[in-house]
Ligand binder design. Structure first.
Ligand SMILES: *Cc1c(COP(=O)(O)O)cnc(C)c1O
Length: 380
């Protein structure tokens, strides 16, 4: 008998999503003009306590569009954490700029401000802090550093819808922020993304570039090269429904996290679940598990293999980007100024994500947790 693997992530879609999508389809407005687009942009900006939301077709182009709207391109350096999903760095390359990788903070994995300050050169134009696995970056010192060097800050909040940094919601903390609504993110539109900003000028640049750079006052006149990065009204219908259900969805995710926390209470020597700073109220995205300091990636993979045999899927942490062929040639900078990003490497080897869907019952979480503890006892 083939047992279905319990996946790491599943979308939480219900009758409200069905109703709004159906209504979008029935209205005939299935491309990128429509009521749901305007509503989603307005309500998402409000949710992020910021002024404008510009919807786009995914989180990667959200980053690309943000960089283009800020005129970042060839010759410019953009500081990104080495420990992130590849899209953060790929978008910098798409814009023709150069990513510079920095090391991360121990345990929580967000970019290290000391490393950022060591990475600055006269070519540095922007920093992309990533609110990794739902945990916000320590924004105050980062913003202060950015301000004193006149650098742009674009939050990559793809994994952190609704996370709080010292009581302030992410998405309006920097000059711009980008979001993804991919199927495994906290809120989903299938594929989709958003750029948020408070800046009027940047907002109009984002809108023009997203829509083929057409002159707002002259139809079919394109003074520069633009993009078609629009989201559809059908996707936005999903987005409006998901946003209305944010409290419900994030509440369910928190309950899953709490079930894991109690299952591993007192077992911190074997595994740490979702470490966080006292100044952060992270969004609950994928559940993070960290094996003891010094555990190798091979050991971690063996443990995850055991979990899989028991019917539970998992994901290793992101592989730090400076190891990968297209990114190897770029500079990388640690907090001590060195090139070895040991904190990122250490965390990436020890970390993995456990099944995190809203539909998981406490019983299933308990089964996953005992299977994990058993695998650790056998293999570590
Ligand atoms: C998911 C993700 C993205 C990219 O989003 P897509 O919608 O998949 O293009 C970018 N950055 C981070 C940190 C992500 O997790």
């Amino acid at each position: 008998m083939i047992k279905r693997l319990i996946p790491v992530a599943e979308p939480d879609l219900g009758p409200l999503e069905e109703q709004f999508v159906l209504s979008a389809v029935k209205s005939g407005w299935v491309s990128s003009i429509g009521e749901y687009i305007m509503q989603f942009e307005k309500e998402f900006a409000l949710f992020c306590d910021t002024s404008y939301g510009v919807s786009v077709c995914n989180g990667t182009v959200a980053l690309h569009l943000a960089l283009k709207a800020a005129d970042i391109g060839p010759g410019d350096e953009v500081i990104v954490p080495a420990l992130t999903f590849v899209a953060t760095a790929a978008a910098v390359c798409h814009a023709g700029a150069t990513p510079v990788f920095v090391d991360c903070e121990a345990e929580i994995g967000t970019l290290d401000i000391e490393a950022v300050s060591r990475a600055l050169t006269p070519r540095t134009k922007a920093i992309i802090p990533v609110h990794l696995y739902g945990h916000p970056v320590d924004m105050d010192p980062l913003l202060e550093l950015a301000r004193s060097h006149k650098l742009l800050v674009i939050e990559d909040a793809a994994e952190a819808h609704g996370a709080l940094y010292r009581g302030r919601i992410v998405g309006g903390l920097g000059d711009m922020a980008t979001f993804s609504f991919y199927g495994n993110k906290i809120l989903t539109t299938g594929e989709g993304g958003m750029v948020t900003t408070k800046d009027d000028a940047i907002h109009s640049r984002l809108r023009i570039l997203r829509d083929h750079a057409m002159d707002p006052n002259r139809r079919y006149w394109h003074p520069e090269i633009g993009y078609n990065y629009r989201m559809t009204n059908v996707q936005a219908a999903l987005g409006v429904a998901q946003l209305q259900r944010y409290e419900e969805i994030s509440g369910k995710r928190r309950k899953v996290l709490e079930a894991y926390r109690s299952a591993f209470a007192g077992k911190e020597e074997a595994v740490i679940i979702n470490p966080h700073s006292d100044w952060a109220e992270p969004a609950t995205w994928l559940i993070c598990a960290l094996l003891p300091e010094g555990t190798s990636a091979e050991k971690r993979d063996l443990i995850c293999g055991k979990l899989r045999q028991q019917g539970f899927d998992s994901r290793p942490y992101f592989i730090p980007l400076h190891h990968m062929p297209p990114y190897r040639t770029f500079r990388s900078v640690a907090a001590n100024g060195g090139k070895e990003l040991i904190v990122s490497d250490n965390l990436a080897a020890r970390g993995f994500n456990l099944p995190s869907s809203t539909c998981l019952s406490e019983d299933v979480v308990n089964n996953i947790s005992s299977a994990l503890l058993h695998a650790i006892a056998m293999l570590l």
